[in-house]
Design a protein around this ligand. Structure first.
Ligand code: NAD
Length: 475
């Protein structure tokens, strides 16, 4: 059975009642899985009123209570991971092991926020005269509007909700309409864990209409978005017009720098497997490969051979290592990248086409010999395509890595401490992974710089975006 889709407002699951619906389909089989209800304007007003009312109580709730609820969410997540993961494979397409793994990793997020939310401290500042006392308090910012995408439907939503709820805020979240089951499952988890009505509200609809309505509302004090750079800029400008705080987790075009002293076969195999994770629909996916000319041929051979062995299919098949793209619209986008690459003189050494079968499948693709200003070298593919280029000089490759307006993740493979230090100092990115893939743990900050975003999620920074600073002085 697929998830029973619903809105979640003021502690109630709502569907039907003449609301408009949209079909949710399985990207592997094109089968319709369910009908997702859209929120009416009255639903949005009700969610806003509920979040505002709940904030008055929740802001003063004991961190022990918040912690207890988040812990219960963590425990229930582990119990329900198989079922939630299966539904996510059905509506998003990723292999079942990846889907269940995503859910299980999120129980860690809930646990970690449960621990950290008990440690939101202010400070005392020494006064200039002994009769004065000066304090800095950190208070929850208020009602948050959050918008989360379809590539990691569970992870992206739970990170925002845990941070907001743990900080004492209330939330209205619009999840991904194309892959909604995970977010409905999250609402059920918080409901069953005893979160008071109104603290978390889930709405669905036309993304631009919902975001505009919520961001303009004077009730909303904070906007958090994960998705593409253009949409993030649009929402940040709307929020800015109303002087609202934002957290923006946007796209990137993560450079990979492979130096000749690295373990080349290991790097190539690991990178190839990481490249096809979630069919490449990962904001920190390795997307621009710069390989030193001395090891370029060896790297390319090993990378291409590993990709050739990737088993593509329906995510429910336990053999599957790469599923379909999440949506029909992603397939022509991939084809456009390849078309432009060929026009610009690139060589397609693997794949390059949609697979001839039902579902939104695109072959793992490798393109070489592209000019730096081609589409694939400058725009995030967000799919299973890897452009691979040669380099010979460290300063030059750092300059190339930094040449785009993005700065999300980056990857370096080298056994030289000097090279690792030089690159991690020089690279403009929110995350630098050297010889492994280590981002996105609950205890480490996740976020980008430049056009890739504002603020971090996770790490000791996780509550920063949801707290305001108040200075209190008295004699
Ligand atoms: P898109 O830009 O149309 O949408 C991206 C996400 O933003 C979707 O979840 C969508 O529902 C939401 N969205 C779109 N317009 C919105 C609005 N006005 N208000 C609120 N939410 C809105 O692109 P797409 O085809 O769905 O995805 C492709 C691109 O999105 C990729 O190129 C990638 O860069 C980006 N993306 C990034 C992430 C990430 O984790 N940073 C996740 C998903 C998609």
């Amino acid at each position: 059975m697929y998830e029973t889709l619903a809105l979640y407002i003021d502690g109630e699951f709502l569907a039907g009642d003449g609301r408009k619906t949209q079909p949710v389909t399985n990207p592997s089989t094109l089968e319709v899985l369910g009908q997702l209800p859209h929120a009416t304007t009255a639903d949005l007003d009700r969610a806003l009123a509920a979040a505002q009312r709940a904030f008055e109580t929740w802001r003063h709730s004991s961190p022990m209570l918040r912690s207890e609820i988040l812990r219960k969410v963590g425990a229930l997540t582990r119990e329900r991971a198989q079922e939630i993961g299966r539904n996510m494979t059905l509506d998003q397409g990723k292999p079942l092991a990846e889907a269940v793994g995503e859910v299980m990793a999120c129980s860690d997020h809930a646990d970690w926020h449960a621990e950290e939310c008990r440690r939101i401290y202010g400070r005392v500042i020494l006064p200039r005269s002994p009769e004065v006392r000066q304090m800095v308090l950190r208070e929850p910012i208020g009602v948050c509007a959050a918008f989360t995408p379809w590539n990691f439907p569970y992870n992206q939503a739970i990170r925002k909700i845990c941070a907001a709820v743990g900080a004492g805020c209330t939330v209205i979240l619009k999840g991904p309409e194309d892959s909604p089951s995970a977010v409905v499952a999250i609402a059920r988890l918080f409901h069953d864990a005893g979160l008071p009505p109104g603290v978390l509200n889930i709405v669905w609809g036309v993304p631009s209409e919902i975001s505009e309505y919520l961001i303009r509302s004077p009730i909303v004090r904070k906007v958090s978005f994960t998705g593409s750079v253009p949409v993030g800029k649009h929402l940040a400008s709307l929020a800015g017009a109303h002087m609202k705080r934002v957290t923006m987790e946007l796209g990137g075009h993560s450079p990979v720098l492979v130096f000749p002293d690295a373990d080349i076969d290991r790097a190539a195999k690991h990178l190839a497997r990481f490249k096809v994770r979630n069919a490449g629909q990962v904001c920190v996916s390795p997307t621009r490969f710069y390989v030193h000319e001395k090891v370029y041929d060896r790297f390319l051979d090993s990378f291409v051979n590993t990709l050739k062995g990737v088993k593509i299919g329906d995510g429910l098949d336990p053999e599957t290592q790469m599923g379909p793209l999440a949506h029909e619209r992603r397939v022509p986008t991939m084809a456009k990248f390849v078309e432009n690459a060929v026009e610009r003189g690139g060589k397609v050494v693997l794949g390059g086409e949609a697979l001839e079968r039902i579902g939104h499948f695109f072959a793992p693709t490798v393109v070489t010999d592209l000019p730096d200003d081609s589409m694939l070298m400058t725009e995030e593919p967000f799919g299973p395509i890897a452009p691979i280029a040669r380099f010979s000089d460290t300063d030059d490759v750092i300059r190339k890595a930094n040449s785009l307006p993005f700065g999300l993740s980056s990857y370096v493979f080298t056994t030289s401490l000097q090279t690792a230090t030089k690159v991690s100092n020089g690279i403009e990115a929110g995350m630098v992974n050297i010889n492994h893939f280590g981002s996105a743990l609950p205890e480490t900050p996740f976020g980008g710089i430049k056009d890739s975003g504002i603020g971090s999620e996770g790490g000791a920074e996780t509550f920063d975006g949801y707290l305001v600073t108040k200075f209190v002085t008295h004699v």
